[in-house]
Design a protein around this ligand. Structure first.
Ligand SMILES: CC(C)(COP(=O)(O)OP(=O)(O)OC[C@H]1O[C@@H](n2cnc3c(N)ncnc32)[C@H](O)[C@@H]1OP(=O)(O)O)[C@@H](O)C(=O)NCCC(=O)NCCS
Length: 172
């Protein structure tokens, strides 16, 4: 299994995979599916990683938001980085791919000298919550927000200095 930047020829497959994974959680808001499919936009405004298995199949992806100046940033702090659109193909879930992608984002945040990694997650995304809490992310209700009246997003943050050993240092 390899984690690396997405290639242009993989944009369409990553878009399909991301939508498929998110649809497992529930119906998508009308405006959200085009946003999830816009891999090229994320490449332009952030850093998109994929996980490819030993057979070369795309099994997951995530967007690393390097700083608050990115159009994908959902935080203001200058010292923070972010993580968005974590998704693993339904057939590849439960094998650690999601955690490996999160650990890679943590490694990238450390390499960029960020002192915290911030993310938002849906209330029903329980597999994701398990990964975040196991790694050491903590809930911060001050980060919670409602992109629409019916969608509540929960904020989590990982303080990188305090959790260097718990979160692993080299990523996946
Ligand atoms: C969240 C997600 C990326 C996790 O990917 P993953 O590769 O399955 O993650 P991992 O294998 O590293 O671990 C996920 C946790 O859920 C459990 N899990 C995930 N899929 C499972 C399955 N099909 N059956 C049983 N357990 C499963 C794992 O056991 C693990 O929990 P545990 O180690 O505490 O027991 C994936 O479930 C997904 O794409 N979900 C839909 C999109 C989403 O919620 N994204 C998060 C955005 S904030």
């Amino acid at each position: 299994m390899e984690i690396r930047s997405v290639r242009p020829e993989e944009h369409s497959d990553l878009a399909d995979l991301t939508v498929m994974a998110y649809q497992q959680i529930g119906d998508l808001e009308d405006s959200y599916e085009p946003e999830l499919r816009d891999v090229a936009g994320r490449v332009a405004g952030a850093e998109v990683l994929v996980c490819v298995d030993d057979d070369g199949a795309l099994v997951g992806g995530v967007t690393f938001v390097p700083d608050h100046g990115s159009p994908y940033a959902e935080f203001d702090a200058e010292h923070a980085a972010g993580m968005r659109m974590l998704a693993v193909h339904p057939a590849a879930q439960g094998r650690g791919v999601g955690e490996a992608l999160v650990l890679e984002c943590i490694a990238m945040a450390r390499a960029a000298d960020r002192i915290e990694l911030v993310l938002h997650t849906g209330t029903e995304m329980r597999a994701a919550h398990r990964i975040y809490e196991r790694i050491g992310f903590v809930r911060d209700p001050n980060l919670d927000w409602w992109p629409t009246p019916s969608v509540e997003l929960l904020g989590y943050r990982l303080h990188l200095e305090a959790t260097a050993n718990a979160a692993g240092d080299g990523g996946a």
